[in-house]
Design a protein around this ligand. Sequence first.
Ligand code: ADP
Length: 442
Amino acid sequence: TLVSTGNVEPDETWDDIDQVDPAEASLLNKLLRRTVVENDRVHVEVIQSDPTSPLFSVKTFEELRLKTELLKGVYSMGFNRPSKIQETALPLLLAHPPGNLVAQSQSGTGKTAAFSLAMLSIVDPSNKWTQCLCIAPTYELALQIGQVIEHMGQFCPDVKVAYAIRGNRVERGVKLQEQIVIGTPGTLLDWCTKYKVIDLKKISMFVLDEADVMIDTQGFRDQSIRIQRALRKDCQMLLFSATFEDSLWDFAERVIPDANVIRLKREEQTLDNIKQFHVLCNNKEEKLEALYNLYGTLTIAQAIIFCRTRATASWLSAILKQEGHQVALLSGDLTVEQRAAVIERFRNGKEKVLVTTNVCSRGIDVEQVSIVVNFDLPVDMEGNADHDTYLHRIGRSGRFGKRGFAVNMVEGDRDTRILHQIQEHFHVPYKLQSLPGPSTCR
Ligand code: ADP
């Protein structure tokens, strides 16, 4: 189908333009992550519900006085010491009486591990009923959390986990024996209210994970609130999120009473150490030519080339392959597992160049990338410069204090306008320098 409204070019359809799906992006991150994200350029901000109570922070897991089986479980995961957010979150989560918590930090900083540990330490394995509930935005994310709990709890054989996700059936009125239940809001609500397999009055810990992704999904917010309303007042309530916008804060205030708040704040990302260039072209073919001129430079380290549509991305990667270059292609028509495999190969240096669409614009760290090419400039639905995406795309090239390069391909008047918007938005000192055009480089 050809769609000619809005910002879709005559030969494009909306289907062909990959949008970032936050739940998918989050899952991809989890599949790719092997170690905790540690960064010196962060600081922890804590707001206590009771400012007069002392604030504890731990540097070791021993200080938490966990059950031996649990400590063994933590070490079996290869954790040596608490991550930045865990240092403050864990003592709060394990305190007597327990505190409610709203915690925000970027993905990969150890939030899931923190509440998994808290759940495992609060359950009474001899009680065969559900004591902890955890809500996640998707089926896959629920399973990921469960895997962490099962791994960490491997020496606590009497603790069992059930999944309230689509497809899993329960018998009406027959109470679950699993102490921990993880699920998506709709199914979980059904299990509690319609099938009555969980007694919400017996829940002592309630966790809302990936709350930012959750409130983006129609219905999830209300379903979560309905579950939360039926809990006991002294049930410990926790909310985790990677981002923190006003809408999330409103939601958090509704579902987590008297919350302690912990936020891991990153320094603003700047483009100071990234040199930005642009090349003026008349059409796709000239862009390709300009790319060939750059190619030797791209492959000194590793490069990512961003295209607007899946069609352009696959066209470009096919041509580059024909020319004998080793390139990887990452776009939205791959499953999340396939994407993870492509990124993994690229990370391991199997290919030097990755051609992609917006699916890869944020959240994925590949340390070695030193050049980013915007084969198409990032635009929003209205056809204006998408500054956020620009920052995410090119910001990755200058990580860890290294120098990065970005090359913008500018095609025609529309792109020139977008380029000016970008220049204006990031104003000085992010000066864009012009590279010779394709014809002069021949
Ligand atoms: P988040 O929920 O914030 O995305 P996770 O809890 O999933 O973060 O942790 C990210 C990765 O770091 C996982 O691979 C996890 O096993 C690992 N991890 C978590 N806590 C620690 C720790 N204290 N030490 C080492 N690795 C950790």
